[in-house]
Design a protein around this ligand. Structure first.
Ligand SMILES: N[C@@H](CCC(=O)N[C@@H](CS)C(=O)NCC(=O)O)C(=O)O
Length: 199
């Protein structure tokens, strides 16, 4: 059975997977697709979230950090998750921060999407934007390396371009260091553009 990564077009957590598959040279071993419907996704992942990676025995792996760990192992190990303790936990810490920024960005989007008939609750949006702003400030002060690339850098690139796409936070004027970082990332990894979010 060919492995399959399931996600929906704009999913930033899914993009971590699609880019990692390309970056690690695993495209011939893993198909990329969308879940058939919500019911089938719930059967694969009770949390009904994407991405989910269906591996050879039919098991669905989630969430994106577990999937990236699996992809790294499939590629031989130590490629995007360093094996040495210091660099490993540095990368994992950056990955956790990037995921936290993304989670806050998604909650800002969901506030409008899942309560469409109500006025968005500004203190909640500010609470989430505070996490985005502080996370990005920490990233700007000391960004993860774009080369050699780790899951930390992948997470940050996916987070920044997702925030550009959904416009939850106007990060570019505030963090010019991250604008330069993202430009450098795209120049170093031209295949990243192929996994750009689409509506
Ligand atoms: N921690 C999860 C987050 C995944 C996630 O929030 N995915 C979003 C799409 S990007 C989703 O499926 N949302 C639907 C939901 O929350 O039910 C991961 O890293 O994969």
């Amino acid at each position: 059975m060919t492995m399959k990564l399931l996600l929906r077009g704009p999913s930033p957590f899914g993009r971590k997977g699609t880019f990692a598959i390309r970056y690690l040279g695993l495209s011939d071993r893993i198909d990329i697709g969308v879940p058939d419907d919500e019911d089938s996704l719930r059967l694969l992942n009770p949390l009904a979230k994407v991405p989910a990676l269906i591996v050879e025995d039919g098991t669905a792996l989630f969430d994106s950090r577990v999937i990236l760990e699996f992809l790294d192992m499939l590629a031989g190990g130590g490629k995007i998750i360093p094996t040495e303790t210091g660099p490993r936990f540095d990368a994992l810490r950056y990955a956790a921060m990037a995921d936290g920024i993304l989670e806050a960005a998604l909650l800002v989007t969901y506030e409008g999407r899942y309560r469409p008939d109500q006025t968005p609750y500004e203190p909640w949006l500010d609470f989430q934007r505070g996490k985005i702003g502080r996370g990005l400030a920490a990233m700007a002060a000391k960004p993860p390396a774009a080369d050699p690339l780790t899951i930390g850098g992948i997470g940050l690139a996916c987070a920044l371009e997702y925030i550009d796409f959904r416009e939850q936070y106007d990060w570019r004027p505030e963090f010019p260091a991250l604008v330069a970082w993202l430009d450098g990332f795209n120049a170093t990894h031209p295949t990243f553009a192929e996994s750009k979010p689409s509506a």
